[in-house]
Design a binder for this molecule. Structure first.
Ligand SMILES: Cc1cc2nc3c(=O)[nH]c(=O)nc-3n(C[C@H](O)[C@H](O)[C@H](O)COP(=O)(O)OP(=O)(O)OC[C@H]3O[C@@H](n4cnc5c(N)ncnc54)[C@H](O)[C@@H]3O)c2cc1C
Length: 464
């Protein structure tokens, strides 16, 4: 049996993890991506680069006790028990190894922010990079791929089909924009093509509550994995699941970090009223904001929070766009935002009393901080970031058929695969987009390497 390559990775986002991992395990890899601008245009590059790694050495160095089991319990709690816990468990157990591998083998300057907790995480376990931006994460993965003689990159080239090859092999059918068609013989294909967020018709069908919101994800997330996997008889699941975000700057069209909320910021509608416990999570808050009059609102915070947000490159962009309004008093803030002063004053006063332990928030918010002048506000709109439903996979990232049997030579990762956030938007925990993207890709590479004769692969003992 001859192969052009051992693995074709379709999608140069989180899928690059599989390429780098497979190459270091001795496999030859071709990566194809349909987007000539993928370096700045795919979801991984647009992300805040937050990856959960429960039990990592970075946590140990910071004196944080954590474990994969604790993370799985958090996922079960946040998703109301609806998540696929088999996949969640597999990813929870690979998270620490993944972030350490990214540091040691890819060369990423991994760090662990410990100054606040993201909604739903019971321990600081979300690792990131300086600047908190996915463009740096993707650049490191691409640099590692460039350094490997075993990895080739073909861009722009779109995977359009996966066919059966001789003796159980696969043929990846790839088309370039000039209409050329390539057939690549391979042991396996990893579908790392993300979800269907850029396909308005699919979003309207599966995610009606967020269909009217701004889509802030990769334009090549067109549901190709659903189509290609479907042609091979793959099962799908959780198609109603998505990550939303309630804090996209209306003026800058850039993310205002939810860190602001976790440090004490309030979210009010255009009438100056809060409408829930903001700290439950930014994902579900997107639909809540979309349902307010005008489908927009304001994130209100102070100088202390502004200082903390400046660690985020995205917030720097919001500042540079002039989207942050500032005022010395609440009435002045009302004047510069157009929000009525009286309700705004009453909401911020109530939150200050929650912070002082004198008042119980009507929405149940417990982590408040008094906001002190000067005050800042950013107009925000809800957004759809990525879809979380996709092809059902097993704990080795193998795509499954409706009977639960793996489809030979087919893996899926990231938004192409069904995620670990249960149904809807409320189950999403920070980092649970990138963990399935990088983690399932990492797992797929290890699984494939183990199935290749040892004279070919360099699979060390105990590799995942
Ligand atoms: C602003 C923002 C911030 C976020 N922050 C975080 C965060 O901090 N932590 C977190 O966990 N998640 C975050 N997410 C979600 C996270 O970015 C995604 O879940 C994750 O990046 C998905 O990775 P992926 O590899 O599946 O897709 P992508 O990174 O989008 O890569 C898919 C690639 O496939 C290519 N492609 C598509 N179809 C084809 C085809 N047929 N053939 C070839 N190539 C194809 C695309 O061009 C693209 O380059 C964020 C998302 C956004 C929008």
């Amino acid at each position: 049996m001859t192969f052009d390559v051992d693995l074709v990775v379709a999608g140069a986002g989180g899928g690059l993890t599989a390429a780098v991992r497979a190459a270091e395990l001795g496999l030859d890899v071709l990566v194809v991506d349909s987007d000539p601008h993928f370096r700045r245009g795919n979801n991984t590059s647009m992300s805040t680069a937050m990856i959960p790694g429960p039990g990592s050495r970075f946590q140990a160095a910071a004196g944080i006790t954590d474990s994969p089991e604790r993370f799985v319990a958090d996922i079960a709690r946040k998703t109301g028990g609806t998540a696929d816990l088999r996949i969640a468990t597999a990813l929870a157990h690979v998270g620490a190894e993944l972030v350490e591998w990214l540091a040691d083998h890819v060369g990423m300057p991994i760090e662990l922010p410990t100054d606040f907790a993201y909604p739903g995480h019971s321990a600081p376990r979300v690792h990131s990079l300086p600047g908190r931006h996915g463009s740096a994460l993707l650049r490191h993965l691409l640099d590692a791929a460039d350094r490997s003689e075993r990895i080739d990159l073909l861009v722009p080239a779109r995977l359009t089909a996966v066919e059966a090859g001789p003796d159980g092999s696969r043929v990846a059918v790839v088309e370039t924009p000039d209409g050329a068609r390539e057939e690549i013989g391979t042991r396996a294909v990893l579908l790392a093509t993300n979800g269907y967020g850029a396909d308005a018709a699919l979003v309207a069908t599966h995610l009606p509550e967020i269909a009217g919101a701004h889509y802030h994800g990769g334009e090549h997330s067109r549901g190709d994995a659903l189509r290609i996997g479907g042609e091979l008889g793959a099962a799908t699941g959780f198609l109603d699941a998505y990550q939303g975000h309630a804090a996209l700057s209306a003026a800058a069209h850039t993310l205002v970090t939810w860190t602001a909320v976790m440090h004490g910021a309030a979210v009010v509608d255009t009438g100056g009223r809060r409408f829930g416990d903001e700290t439950t999570g930014y994902s579900e808050y997107a639909a809540a904001l979309a349902a307010r009059p005008g489908g927009r609102g304001w994130l209100v915070f102070d100088e202390r929070i502004d200082g903390l947000c400046r660690a985020f490159g995205d917030y720097q962009d919001v500042l540079a766009a002039g989207a942050v309004r500032t005022a010395g008093t609440i009435p002045e803030l009302a004047a510069v935002t157009g929000v009525p002063a009286a309700p705004l004053e009453s909401e911020l006063d109530a939150l200050a009393r929650v912070a002082a332990g004198e008042h119980v928030d009507r929405f149940g918010r417990t982590t408040a901080q008094p906001l002190r002048a000067p005050l800042h506000a950013v107009e925000i709109v809800p957004a759809l970031f990525h879809t979380q439903g996709g092809l059902l996979v097993d704990e080795h990232a193998r795509v499954l058929d409706p009977a639960g049997a793996p489809i030979p030579g087919l893996y899926a990762s990231g938004g192409a695969a069904a995620g670990i956030s249960g149904h809807g938007a409320a189950g999403y925990l920070a980092g649970n987009g990138l963990l399935p993207a990088l983690g399932l890709a990492y797992i797929a590479a290890g699984h494939l390497a183990r199935s290749v004769p040892t004279s070919r692969s360099r699979t060390p003992e105990g590799v995942r």
